[in-house]
Design a protein around this ligand. Structure first.
Ligand SMILES: C=C(O[C@@H]1C=C(C(=O)O)C=C[C@H]1O)C(=O)O
Length: 160
């Protein structure tokens, strides 16, 4: 009952997108901008739908909405910790519009390709178990685990 080979690369790219949330949160700490930016979210989803890769728009929209929700979850958690500490880490910053968002954009195509590759397995009854196993591997930080669970929440499709 091993997961199909297409799952690990998809989860790797989902995690890579979540890694970027750290930089996003730092940028928002500095700028005092809200975590949530609806117009930007709509752009992200529209751009993904345009690439589509043979996937239907509902699937693409739902998948990227989940990535965005997971990304915000990481940001809210980081900001909360930094408020508690009264400071954010003194690490090098990246520019949101000039560097961070272009990085997120560059991940889109890879995510879509990997989602398309995994697509035939989405309706497999073992799908939730494959994901659960992947999301409960020993060494994952609690916040990363929660974010991965959120990001993959709609990946499996239940039929019947
Ligand atoms: C990552 C950001 O923060 C939030 C998450 C987004 C995303 O995951 O793409 C988009 C907009 C924001 O609601 C951002 O502002 O770019």
């Amino acid at each position: 009952d091993d997961a199909p080979a297409s799952l690990a690369p998809l989860l790797g790219s989902i995690a890579a997108r979540l890694d970027i949330a750290e930089q996003v949160a730092l940028s928002k700490w500095d700028s005092h901008k809200a975590v949530e930016d609806r117009p930007r979210e709509q752009q992200v989803i529209a751009a993904a739908s345009a690439l589509a890769n043979g996937l239907d728009e509902t699937t693409v929209g739902q998948f990227f909405a989940a990535q965005i929700e997971a990304n915000k979850l990481v940001q809210y958690a980081r900001l909360s910790t930094w408020h508690l500490q009264g400071q954010a880490p003194d690490t090098p910053r990246q520019d949101l519009a000039g560097q961070i968002r272009p990085q997120l954009d560059r991940l889109q195509e890879r995510l879509l390709q990997q989602l398309a590759d995994f697509s035939p397995s989405r309706t497999d009854p073992r799908c939730p178990q494959w994901l659960a196993r992947a999301n409960h591997t020993g060494d994952m930080a609690p916040l990363r685990q929660l974010a991965m669970i959120r990001a993959t929440a709609e990946l499996c499709v239940f039929k019947g």
